[in-house]
Design a protein around this ligand. Structure first.
Ligand SMILES: [Zn+2]
Length: 296
């Protein structure tokens, strides 16, 4: 009961934030990452864009009312045809424009769980979301890894584990040493683990562990939300979340209930860094306890 209440509260808060958003005033701000790779900020998840003579590839598309502005911003940098759109996961702040971009003839690529979940009703504490429109569905899907070769760049789409959701994909531009992580790594504070979409705290930490094996000190990381990041930023989040996970696991083993664990002040030393987002430390501990209580 408690956890449902908590999740409902979180989703209500995020919905409020979205509802308050006036899309007319949103500006799409391009940020150059390397020569032919940009990050676009607007409202919702960060967009990644690769340009070149073979055409344009984009990652995530924010909300439907922003599609024209996003398309305009992309075409201002390079008028080439947009050919591929990768969804890093199913959430609406990353896939809301799918219908609009697909109608432009763009091929949508995603993890198979993104398509599977879009095809069916999604139940969460917020209620029941109907299946997505046919025009929103990814056309190409995969389970673990898919390679795309475009504009003399080798692009790896990798699903490491069930973390933020069970369809998370990290996009690795190998030559540029640039990564787009979707919400597998975010900078808005304590990360949201979407348990109703198959997410898991264990998987979240495991995903960052595997990502860190690929990153070096020159890597550039486009997070799902927030500013451009480095390996050190990813490492800091991984270490904090692993520490919280281990402490919550130990408390669960002692038979403590989630509410008792939330009262242990486990996140006190992290709250100044991560407590400014949607989730406060205690919320995150409750979510962690719920995730870690689920048998694998
Ligand atoms: Zn998300």
């Amino acid at each position: 009961m408690k956890k449902t209440l908590f999740l409902a509260l979180f989703l209500w808060m995020t919905q409020l934030a979205f509802a308050r958003q006036n899309y007319d005033t949103v500006k799409i701000r391009p940020i150059k990452v390397v020569e032919n790779l940009y990050m676009l900020k607007g409202a919702g998840g960060n967009i990644g864009v690769l340009f070149g003579k073979d055409g344009t590839l984009m990652i995530d598309d924010q909300f439907a009312p922003l599609s024209n502005k996003i398309n305009g911003a992309i075409k201002t940098i390079d008028p080439g045809e947009i050919r591929f759109l990768i969804n890093t996961h199913l959430h609406g702040d990353h896939t809301g424009g799918n219908e609009n971009f697909k109608k432009m003839g763009i091929t949508i690529v995603a993890h198979e769980q993104v398509r599977n979940r879009m095809l069916t009703e999604q139940k969460s504490a917020r209620g029941t979301a109907p299946p997505r429109d046919k025009d929103a569905l990814p056309v190409i899907t995969f389970a673990d890894q898919l390679n795309v070769h475009l504009n003399e760049e080798d692009i790896e789409l990798i699903h490491f584990d069930k973390g933020h959701t069970d369809g998370d994909v990290i996009v690795h531009f190998k030559k540029a040493n640039v990564y787009h992580t979707g919400d597998a790594f975010v900078r808005y504070g304590y990360p949201f683990i979407d348990l109703s979409s198959g997410g898991s705290l264990h998987g979240f930490v495991n995903t960052l562990d595997k990502l860190l094996l690929l990153l070096d000190d020159n890597s550039k990381v486009i997070p799902g939300h927030g500013e451009l990041a480095t390996k050190a930023d990813v490492k800091a989040v991984r270490d904090a979340m692993a520490d919280i996970r281990d402490q919550v696991t130990a408390a669960l083993k002692k038979g403590k209930k989630p509410e008792e664990i939330a009262a242990l002040n486990i996140t006190d030393k992290y709250d100044a860094t991560y407590g400014k987002g949607f989730l406060k430390g205690k919320d995150f501990v409750l979510m962690a306890a719920e995730s870690l209580s689920v048998k694998k």
